[in-house]
Design a binder for this molecule. Structure first.
Ligand SMILES: NCc1[nH]cc(CCC(=O)O)c1CC(=O)O
Length: 353
């Protein structure tokens, strides 16, 4: 009998598109059959501001309840909407390869941020994007908007707004990347921790070996570093903080580099820092992971460590666990430095230096 995995998702066009992609990939790689069920969350039905109904965490909570109740085996979240605190009985089972983590600007007639007219109207509900926009264009009129990607795009084409800022990843998954007039460079405009990545959550007590096969080691390490910043600053998902990490190969070693910026709400001040770490074993390349907890062993090719892995002389799970520890330590150290530099005076954070 073919094994069937039940996956729960939100019902927005974006959630359905990304869950459909994950389901297809799971089937392609493992032959498993996938059943998708849609969960309606308060965040989908309520028109109230997200902050008033508990922040973006409302999306995650309803999905997690379905998992805990045993009504699904896996839930797919947008990683940036997933709170950093561990949830009893659940674990982050897998993090597949990330889409473009950048933010993108959508305007009419190919106009860039610099070229928009004085006092232009731009829509976003994200305090981070508000601060980033105001930092570059203090004259902007920011309009707090909610709603799905298509609704937001329509506000620009109809003329109600002059611009919106959206994640490139969401636009890509919905086939709407053609609407973008400008991509913001991550070095100048770091995005939300985990932006562009997906989280596959599962019950701790279950063993779902298929999850490891769609994990992407580099993505998992990068988001671990980014989320560690958020956790250490005790900042919620709506805090004006950008954190972006990436992995590059330098002389045979894999280097994890993390940039984070804390903004004052009005964008007039910001505090940023960057840090790198040389990853243990140097095998974090484009690999799928191993282990039911999605521990994600390195899958790099060519390096000494990869050879040792292949020969069974070292245990990939241990190497990867060590790399994950390094990634989390990098994020925590960078957050500590930002606090030392006065980040808590700039933005409302749970953490105090
Ligand atoms: N906050 C909503 C949200 N959550 C995930 C995405 C899509 C991009 C992603 O996967 O990070 C979006 C839309 C957006 O920010 O434009």
């Amino acid at each position: 009998m073919t094994r069937t995995l039940r996956i729960a998702t939100r019902g927005s066009a974006l959630a359905l598109a990304q869950t459909g992609m994950i389901a297809a990939e799971l089937t392609r790689l493992t032959g498993v059959e996938v059943q998708i069920s849609v969960v309606t969350t308060e965040g989908d039905t309520s028109r109230a501001s997200l902050a008033s109904i508990g922040g973006t965490g409302v999306f995650a909570s309803a999905l997690r309840a379905v998992l805990v109740a045993g009504e699904a085996d896996i839930v797919v979240h947008s990683l940036k909407d997933l709170p950093t605190a561990a949830y009893p009985g659940l674990l982050l089972g897998s993090v597949p390869a990330r889409e473009d983590p950048r933010d993108a600007l959508i305007t009419r007639d190919g106009v860039t941020l610099d070229e928009l007219p004085e006092g232009f109207r731009v829509g976003t509900g994200s305090p981070r994007r508000v601060a980033q926009l105001l930092s570059l264009r203090p004259d902007a009129t920011v309009v707090d908007i909610r709603g799905n990607v298509d609704t937001r795009l329509a506000k620009v084409s109809s003329g109600e707004l002059d611009a919106v800022v959206l994640a490139a990843a969401g636009l890509t998954r919905l086939g709407r990347l053609d609407t973008v007039t400008e991509f913001f460079d991550l070095a100048l405009w770091p995005t939300a921790p985990g932006q562009g990545a997906l989280a596959l959550e599962a019950r701790e007590e279950d063993s779902i070996p298929e999850l490891a096969l769609i994990q992407h080691a580099d993505t998992r390490l990068s988001i671990a570093a980014e989320r560690a910043v958020l956790a250490a600053l005790e900042a919620g998902c709506t805090a004006p903080i950008g954190a972006s990490a990436s992995i590059s190969a330098e002389g045979g070693a894999d280097i994890l580099t993390l940039t984070a910026v804390v903004y004052r709400a009005d964008g007039a001040e910001e505090l940023g820092s960057e840090r790198s770490v040389r990853l243990a074993g140097g095998v974090a390349g484009a690999g799928a992971g191993a282990g039911p907890a999605g521990s994600g062993a390195a899958g790099a090719t060519g390096s000494l460590a990869a050879g040792l892995l292949q020969s069974g002389l070292i245990d990939g799970t241990d190497v990867f666990a060590a790399q994950l520890d390094q990634a989390e330590a990098l994020g925590a150290e960078l957050a500590a430095q930002l606090l030392d530099d006065g980040a808590a005076e700039l933005a409302e954070l749970g953490a105090r230096s």
